[in-house]
Design a protein around this ligand. Sequence first.
Ligand code: ZN
Length: 269
Amino acid sequence: MPLPQEGERIMVVVAHPDDEIIGAGGYLTYAIKNKAEVLVVILTNGEGNRLSALYVKNQPPQEIKKIFLKEGKIRQNESINALKIIGVEQSKVIFLDFPYRYLLKLFEKNWSKKLVYPYTRRDKPFYTNQYNQDKFYQGEDLFKSLDEIFKNFKPNVVITHNFNDYHPDHRATYLFVSSVLKNNPQLKSEVYTFLVHFNNFYKILNITSTTNFHHLTNFNFYSLPLDNSMIALKKSALSQYKSQLENPYLRYIFRSSLKKDEIFIKENE
Ligand SMILES: [Zn+2]
């Protein structure tokens, strides 16, 4: 994996607060160290992950709304704190506050039809910024927000989710980023993707590195070596996502992402 260099413009686009460190915490650390410009864009607040239907089922709608909004803020702050640890300032983080678990639906079915997020009963972002104000929960509007961000920041390197990831929000993030890049060929951005939920990807990497995945023929794997001090820094950043560490599966994913290298995938052109 080519290391980020001074003057480069690195944009990381992810679905949920925590994906940015799981997938690219080490890469972002190098980017900061080497004085590249960095921007992290997080499409949802990931609220529904901990607030299972079971938990909110018996609450009146007003209560559910409050619970979700509070959870969204908690997760945003966890990302802000985690990124601060590796040197990314809060001003370099954008939360678009689109609905958790519904990104694929926005891309496939609600491109120009507003979606009402069933939990908060909202059809537009609650936490607004210069990019998502006057936007609704529909694919077209998420596309527009991202398109503006790309046009302003002009990334020469983009890191995002891989289309083969099992999480529908992760796949949708890839689709939105790809559409925006198609709309901005002048940027000539290099795109690298990473997997979070994919088979036993991390488990296998533990034993034999990427050799087991060579049957995925249109994948080119790139490895970014992390030394012990970088792994320790990534671990400390991951420890900020306290809400996610309650979940044993996520604890496993977190632990698994603390390896001697971060793996990125570039598709054949
Ligand atoms: Zn995620």
